[in-house]
Design a protein around this ligand. Structure first.
Ligand code: KG4
Ligand code: ZN
Length: 357
């Protein structure tokens, strides 16, 4: 079976072709065109601008994905319908419907948050199986953390399609906090990778704790998060300094180190608490912030130390940020939801995990 999937929920235009053969996933192509340069100019994503870029990019990205996949004979199309930026989602949906009509193929609506989780099922040699019995024996219940520019959610996953949101951010997403910090420090967009880079250059052994930021909600009993206060703390800390200090590399490195660590501390604390409470067989992480090296390292260490019997899944960094492959994998598991009733396929900016239409 060959699936072509389209992803345009935020500022990346992604098209992928996934083949499923002998119970194995094989990536035929996964082309992503990022709008980083465009949004860098404005320090963030502007939906109407992003929409226009998707319209421009989609035919080119599609052509490239088909060419790389050697013009495959497709069985199924898929498209992300939410959550995300509504104008961007609609661009992908309209493009996918046109294509489905032309090719006379059914279309599977994909939930973006679920796709960030399910992309893990391509990772590692023994995960290249879609055997549901195997998954339920080895993996579920799983505690999933989706952390990106738009989402921060802890989800209890009992099986594929069976989700319960344990907690989520009450305001900004973790990635959004890093993006805003980068903007305050003048590091450009997207902030996550820039913050990570500066943080890695901060020499901790010389650390004299001159910058100390809060860990919002770290000890609350629930599984919710809040990152807008952290961003505000960054702003106050920054404003309090003289222009000379603010502009120094040492200060920027330290601030990046501290804000990144604050985000990691909160994410790890709450995820570990959920994993222990729900006796999770595995911890599954996804979303753009999961590309962060320190987060990956610290999560792995913590799990090995405190719950060594739990498995830990995190996608290769290139599959953490938005791409078409994640939508193709999600579509494979949701293929029963395919339809040629185009009116049913609508964008839903606030789609919850487990919902598809
Ligand atoms: O999943 P994604 O591509 O889009 C959304 O669904 O939001 O995530 C983008 C977010 C941005 O906030 C970006 O700053 C963050 O992921 N990000 C990172 C890293 N790479 C991307 N954050 C921290 N470290 C990184 N290496
Ligand atoms: Zn995403």
């Amino acid at each position: 079976m060959k699936i072509l999937a389209i992803e345009t929920s935020c500022d990346d235009t992604g098209v992928a072709v996934l083949e499923i053969r002998n119970s194995k996933f094989e990536i035929r192509s996964n082309v992503v065109s990022s709008q980083v340069k465009l949004h860098k100019k404005y320090g963030g994503v502007y939906p109407s601008l992003a929409k226009r870029e998707h319209q421009k990019n989609l035919p080119l990205v599609l052509e490239k994905a088909l060419k790389e996949a050697k013009n495959p004979k497709l069985d199924l199309l898929a498209v992300t319908i939410g959550p995300g930026l509504e104008p961007c989602l609609w661009t992908g949906i309209n493009f996918a419907i046109d294509l489905a009509k032309k090719m006379n193929l059914p279309l599977v609506p994909v939930n973006h948050v679920e796709a960030h989780i399910l992309v893990n099922f391509i990772n590692g040699p023994w995960m290249k199986t879609h055997d549901r019995r195997f998954l339920s024996r080895e993996i579920f219940p799983a505690v999933c953390l989706v952390v990106s520019g738009g989402h921060t959610q802890l989800i209890l996953m009992k099986s594929i399609g069976n989700y319960k949101i344990l907690g989520e951010t009450r305001d900004d997403a973790a990635g959004e906090c890093l993006d805003k910090t980068a903007r305050i420090l003048g590091l450009g967009y997207p902030g996550g990778p820039a913050v990570a880079q500066f943080a890695s250059r901060f020499k901790t052994y010389r650390r004299r704790a001159s910058v100390r930021l809060p860990r919002p909600m770290i000890y609350t009993k629930d599984y919710d998060f809040s990152f807008s206060g952290l961003k505000t703390a960054v702003l106050y800390e920054f404003k309090k300094r003289s222009p000379k200090i603010r502009g120094s590399k040492k200060y920027i490195r330290e601030m990046c180190f501290e804000v990144q660590q604050a985000v990691i501390d909160v994410l790890i604390k709450k995820t570990m608490k959920a994993a222990k409470n729900y006796k999770a067989k595995s911890i599954i992480i996804g979303g753009g912030v999961a590309a962060n090296k320190e987060l990956r390292k610290q999560f792995a260490e913590k799990i090995r130390k405190e719950i060594p019997y739990s498995k830990f899944y995190i996608p290769d960094s290139e599959y953490c940020t938005d791409n078409g492959l994640m939508a193709a994998i999600a579509a494979y598991y949701r293929r029963k939801g395919k339809t040629k009733n185009w009116k049913k396929i609508r964008a839903n900016a606030n789609l919850k995990i487990g919902e598809y239409l």
